[in-house]
Design a protein around this ligand. Sequence first.
Ligand code: CTP
Length: 408
Amino acid sequence: LTAKDSLLPHMKASLPASTLTLLKQIGEIADELDLPVYLIGGIVRDLLLKRQNEDIDLVVEGDGIAFAEAIAAKLGGSIKTHDTFGTATWTTPADEKIDIVTCRTEYYEAPGLLPVVRASNLREDLRRRDFTINALAVKINKENFGQILDFFQGQNDLKQRKIRILHTLSFVEDPTRILRAVRFALRFGYQFDEQTERLAKNAAPMLTQISASRFLRELELLHEEQHLLSGAKWLDRLGVWEALFAYQPTANDWKQLSEVGEQLEAEMEPFLALFVLFHQADNFEQKLQRYALTIADMKLLGEWTHLHSFDTREKPLRELHGELSHFSDLALQLSALLDNKPFLLDYVKKRQKITLLLNGHDLRKQGIKPGPVYSSLLQQLFGLQLDNAIRTRQEALEWLKQAAHKAE
Ligand code: CTP
């Protein structure tokens, strides 16, 4: 092996000695079964980039499940097999998880049908993957341990800092790859190769076909990598937002996305980002409903619909409170920022600081019969405290005497 074909120096430098030993042991078990076995995926890319990654994925040219069983029989630990084609997860005695799969090819007999899967060789397995930089493999059989197999010039793209797909239907077959491409590009500071960019743009409308939860999951991953805003802008340049929302965010929408992000008390997570970016789109509520997957998100959307069309002109806080006490801080803050109603921010801020000066016991002592009137009185008191009309417990008790009298 020439130095250029071997990843061994990188492996020795970056992997824990125990991992290296484990890979060698696995290679020897494969030799006994006459199976070619390879380390693949993100870890190979990251070894070349000298980035931390201990996620071990292996492929074998042969029966992955039988191989996983042979490994567990020899080295201990346990195996979990998956329904998917020839896939097993081996939990090592040290409680690490290693995925072992059979080299496979997926092909589509017709668009829209589930792919047909069959066993294949390494090259075919790598070819069905997303990008050249993720399609590198390293042999771990004893002979040529550490040999890099690079069928698609992945190493060159790492040098050129390029995200490149492996075949022209890649984005059509799996449109989530459009978001993955953006995520990897931002993570590594790479650009799209020209053809990849063109095909990503062409395939953007295919994103209407994937489920909202898969789409949000990808946005979540961008968010976890701190690239939600730059990622959303990149997706915009690819035509993704136009395809999904029939709306292209304006310069002002982008500005609001960063400003609202700084001003909200809540984290600017993906659903909220969609909220801010598309709140001006026609049929906004209807369009966003598809992405409101949690109860909190659905509630927020409902609250917004209400607040947005609600006549919430500036008025004494106690009146505002009478109308808005049930709305969440987040909905009110969003409405304040997006609908330009700053007094709502003021209301929320004051509301958060108030502690009621009286409680149910005080009402009881006053001789008021327990019932709905309790919450009504306490709500009124809250409003008066908001307006600083009542500031002390003494004032509150005096107010209560009169209010109780009226309530009778
Ligand atoms: N893959 C793919 N198409 C997808 C998802 C995954 O081809 N839509 C392939 C890629 O080759 C990837 C491998 O499956 O390398 C594992 O997927 P994942 O764990 O998501 O990617 P990693 O490259 O390991 O990414 P990360 O560094 O984020 O863990």
